[in-house]
Design a protein around this ligand. Structure first.
Ligand SMILES: [Zn+2]
Length: 276
């Protein structure tokens, strides 16, 4: 008994076994991460048209044998390659970093379509963009971490509920103290927004009036806050040519690495993501 399905898959890795057979690890929008055998895969141009290479998007016809939990590739048709990305070692390295991160996660079937879409947009950006920002992989990881339910709450203080913004926002607009300063809805003077303290455990922020309590915290400035706030609606194309200050770059490295380790339990060690 077996089942058959047809779905696209982004190839993450291909390995050889015996003389002409391969195993192929790919990520598909409906099945998530799949490892399948391709018997004759190293030779059969008729069934696989030379498409069994990492970083190819392929339409696969698959047989699944539930009793053995085994997937076998019947055919593959190339849907898209990323030629420029493939020729650039630095960009291939960034793509590999993103792909390895996804392989280290446990992705539920419900999340697989969104992750597949993000992966395709990521490779498209790395293939097409003129420049690639140094925080590209950080933002990729942050986006996945946030969509897994760990998005930080950056708009209001988790202790007192004050809105934390550079300018008075809805509800606060036009409020003035007796000496003419802009004040928030609590009557506190609104200074120029200089940054926030983010609690890594809860993803909440402390306003200037509430001293942080114990725990792992990082400081994030206005630029970092703005980038993180927009992450839900921004994508790899935005990140690729993002020009940011050195300070923000440092904050993003510190925040994302700590946040991913804390909430997804992963850190980068010896060229791969491991439980950390
Ligand atoms: Zn507060």
């Amino acid at each position: 008994m077996h089942q058959e399905w047809i779905d696209e898959g982004l190839i993450l890795k291909v390995g050889r076994f015996r003389e002409i057979d391969c195993w192929v690890r790919f990520f598909s929008p409906n099945q998530g991460l799949v490892t399948a055998m391709a018997f004759g895969g190293a030779k059969s141009r008729r069934r696989f048209c030379g498409c069994l290479d990492a970083l190819n998007s392929v339409l696969f016809k698959v047989r699944f044998f539930p009793a053995k939990g085994r997937h076998v590739l019947e055919e593959g048709t190339l849907l898209r390659g990323f030629p420029r990305l493939r020729q650039d070692a630095a960009r291939t390295g960034l793509a590999a970093n993103c792909l390895q991160f996804v392989q280290a996660l446990r992705i539920s079937p419900e999340d697989a379509p969104a992750i597949h879409k993000l992966l395709m947009e990521t490779l498209d950006a790395l293939d097409q963009a003129e420049n690639v920002s140094s925080v590209f992989t950080q933002l990729f990881r942050a986006k996945i971490c946030f969509t897994q339910g760990y998005a930080p709450e950056l708009d209001s203080c988790m202790i007192c509920g004050r809105l934390v913004a550079e300018e008075p926002r809805s509800g606060d607009q036009g409020l003035r103290s007796a000496d003419g300063h802009a004040v928030d809805r609590f009557g506190c003077k609104m200074g120029r927004f200089s940054g926030l303290t983010l609690a890594m455990e809860t993803g909440g922020v402390y306003c200037a009036h509430c001293p942080p309590v114990a725990g792992h915290q990082v400081h994030i400035g206005p630029e970092t806050r703005s980038i993180l706030s927009q992450l839900a609606s921004s994508g790899p194309r935005h990140w690729a040519d993002m020009s940011i200050s050195r300070t923000t770059r440092g904050e993003l490295f510190q925040m994302v690495d700590g946040y991913v380790r804390r909430h997804l339990g992963l850190c980068w060690r010896n060229g791969r993501f491991v439980a950390g």
